[in-house]
Design a protein around this ligand. Sequence first.
Ligand SMILES: [Zn+2]
Length: 135
Amino acid sequence: MARRRRRTSREVDDLVARAIRSAPDGLTAYGLMARLEKRQQPIAPTQTYRALRRLIERGVVRRIESLNAYVGTAPGMGHDAVSLFCRSCRRSLPVEAAGPVALLPTAAAEHGFRSVRIIVEIAGTCPDCSGQGGG
Ligand SMILES: [Zn+2]
């Protein structure tokens, strides 16, 4: 059996980013690894977690803390976007931080905090699950 060439971290990041983008409902780290394994592109847990960390730093992927899942970030969306997620179908939707939420990094800076990451998650029921979907 031919020895597989070791992937560069950039290649691992691309694989992970593509897998997450193809799962609009988000993926847990284990779900992500299972998906890549199924596609004959297995990635070791340490590589997976490192890739996720790099992708979060680059703003490509966001972690939904409450779901313990990772989702792709909408283009142009900052680190501090608010995540809405549905308790029923687990779908998540990023919303650009506005109003008081957008002021939180400034408030933290005024208290001398640096490298602040704001995590705001709103759990509820989406229009589809509550029967108020358009159409
Ligand atoms: Zn829903």
